[in-house]
Design a protein around this ligand. Structure first.
Ligand code: YNC
Ligand code: MG
Length: 388
C-alpha cells in the first residue's frame, strides 16, 4: 500500500496500538563514515542543484515553481503563494544548512522542476530535547507527478540531514501517510466575508443575507487590551521566557532560545507579525500573539487573484484572557487588509475558536515524526508545534 514509506523508519500502520513497542528513536544513529557520501541517482534527464535562496534569481525560480505547483485545496480553487521573503525567512533560521535547500533541474534546459527543504530545529518530545530537521516545501512539477520522484527526493534530503549527524525529522502533510502523531483541523475566521463568498472560499449561511453576514463578522476598529503594541527587538528576552515556559507543557513543541525567537517571532513585514502586551504600570511583557502571512492564489475568479490569509503562529497569554488577545490579533489583521485568519485546533486554540466566530475547515493537517515512535497519537491540544 505504501511501497516507499514501508521501507522507512516511521511508525507503521500495523503497529498502531501496539503498546509493547518503546517510545523513541526507531533506528540508532550510524557512524558518519557509513552515510552514503554521494547523492542518490535521479532519472537520466535530471540533476540535483542547491538553491541559494538569498540569490534573487534562485529565489525567483523557487517562487515560480511553488506558486504554480505547490499545495492546492481539494477542489483546486486555491494554491499557496508563499512570497520570496517568506521563503527566505522559512529557510534561513539560526544554524540552517544551505545544502538542505535541494532542487532538481532538467539537465538540458536547466529548468527547476522539483524542490524539497529541511531546516534544523530543537524539538522537545515528551521529556527529551531532540535535534531534528523540519522538512517542508516538497514539490514536484505537475507534469512530472506519479513518477516516484518524491521518494528519491526524500531519501536525498535524509542523506544530507544524516551528514550533519541529525537522525530525526518532523513534517506535516495534508495526506495520510504512515503514521500521524496527531491530526489537526484548520479553522477559519472571516475578516472580509463578501470577498470570501465571492471567490468561493465560504458560502452564505442558511437564512443569512450578505449584510447580516458582514455585521456578524464586524470587528472593533481599535485593539482593546491596554499596552498592546508591536513586538520590538528589545522584547526578545521577555518573549523568549514567556514562550519557553508556555511550550514546556506540550508533548511535542519547539525548544526556542533567544536567537530562535528573534528569527521566528520578531516582526518581519508581510511575513510574520507579533504583538506584545506591556503592562502600562510595570512595563512587564505579560502576553504576546503572532501570525504569519501566507496568501493563496485564487485559481478561477475574474474579480480577484489573491486571498490574503493570516495564520495563527505562537500565542501566549498569562494575564490577558486568550480570547481577548486573539480578538486583538483579529482586529490588527482586519486593519491590515487580511481576508481571513486561520488557526489550527492545537495548543489552547480550541478555547477561543468558536467564541471568536472561527468555522471549521474541510481538510486536515497530519503531523509526522521521522525515526521517532510515539506509542499513542497525541490530541491536537497536546501539540505545541506550528510548521509553515
Ligand atoms: C508528502 N506530502 O505516499 P508510498 S508537505 C511525504 N509527504 O509513497 P511520487 C509523500 N510523502 O505511499 P508525486 C507526500 N505525498 O508509495 C506523496 N508522498 O510509500 C509519497 N504535490 O511519489 C507517497 N507538497 O513521486 C508515495 O508522487 C510517494 O509525483 C509517491 O509527488 C508527491 O512538504 C508530491 O502537496 C507531494 O508536488 C511531491 O504530489 C507532489 O505525486 C506535489 O510518485 C503538490 O510519495 C505539493 C504538495 C507536499 C507538502 C511537505 C512535507 C514533506 C515531508 C516529506 C517527508 C520527509 C521525511 C523526513 C526526511 C528527513 C529524515 C531525517 C533524518
Ligand atoms: Mg514523481
Amino acid at each position: 500500500k505504501h511501497p516507499f514509506w514501508e521501507t522507512q523508519p516511521v511508525g507503521q500502520f500495523n503497529e498502531i496500538g501496539d503498546s509493547t513497542l518503546p517510545e523513541g528513536p526507531i533506528e540508532a544513529p550510524k557512524p558518519l563514515s557509513e552515510v552514503r557520501p554521494e547523492s542518490y541517482n535521479l532519472p537520466g534527464a535530471y540533476e540535483w542543484t542547491t538553491c541559494d535562496i538569498d540569490d534573487d534569481a534562485a529565489a525567483a525560480e523557487v517562487y515560480n515553481l511553488l506558486s504554480n505547483n505547490y499545495v492546492e485545496d481539494d477542489e483546486n480553487m486555491f494554491r499557496f503563494n508563499y512570497s520570496k521573503e517568506f521563503l527566505r525567512w522559512a529557510l534561513r533560521p539560526p544554524g540552517y544548512f544551505k545544502q538542505w535547500h535541494i532542487g532538481v533541474r532538467v539537465k538540458g534546459s536547466k529548468k527547476l522542476v522539483a524542490f524539497i527543504t529541511a531546516v534544523p530545529a530543537k524539538i522537545k518530545v515528551r521529556k527529551e530535547i531532540v535535534l531534528m530537521a523540519e522538512v517542508n516545501f516538497l514539490c514536484v512539477h505537475k507534469k512530472l507527478r506519479s513518477k516516484r520522484l518524491a521518494p528519491v527526493m526524500i531519501k536525498e534530503v535524509t542523506r544530507r540531514v544524516h551528514l550533519e549527524n541529525i537522525w530525526q525529522a518532523s513534517y506535516t502533510a495534508g495526506v495520510v501517510l504512515p503514521t500521524p502523531i496527531s491530526t489537526c483541523q484548520y479553522w477559519h475566521r472571516s475578516l472580509n466575508p463578501k470577498k470570501l463568498i465571492d471567490v468561493g472560499f465560504s458560502r452564505l449561511g442558511a437564512r443569512m443575507t450578505m449584510s447580516r453576514t458582514m455585521k456578524l463578522y464586524k470587528l472593533s476598529e481599535k485593539t482593546i487590551t491596554p499596552g498592546f503594541r508591536k513586538m520590538e527587538l528589545r522584547d526578545v528576552p521577555e518573549v523568549t521566557r514567556l514562550v519557553c515556559k508556555y511550550l514546556a507543557q506540550f508533548e511535542v513543541a519547539p525548544n526556542f532560545d533567544e536567537y530562535d525567537v528573534e528569527h521566528w517571532i520578531l516582526p518581519k513585514a508581510d511575513v510574520v507579525d507579533s504583538y506584545v502586551v506591556e503592562s502600562p504600570v510595570t512595563h512587564v511583557v505579560t502576553d504576546f500573539c503572532s501570525f504569519y502571512t501566507l496568501p493563496s492564489s485564487i485559481l478561477m475568479n475574474s474579480n480577484y487573484s489573491i486571498l490574503k490569509a493570516a495564520y495563527s503562529f505562537y500565542n501566549v497569554a498569562t494575564k490577558t484572557p486568550l480570547i481577548q488577545l486573539m480578538n486583538d490579533a483579529l482586529i490588527i489583521a482586519k486593519k491590515n487588509d487580511y481576508d481571513v485568519f486561520n488557526a489550527l485546533d492545537l495548543m489552547y486554540n480550541e478555547s477561543f475558536l468558536k467564541e471568536l466566530k472561527f468555522g471549521p475547515g474541510d481538510g486536515h493537517l497530519h503531523y509526522y515524526l521521522y525515526n521517532y515512535r510515539l506509542c499513542q497519537p497525541l490530541k491536537p491540544s497536546e501539540l505545541g508545534l506550528v510548521l509553515l
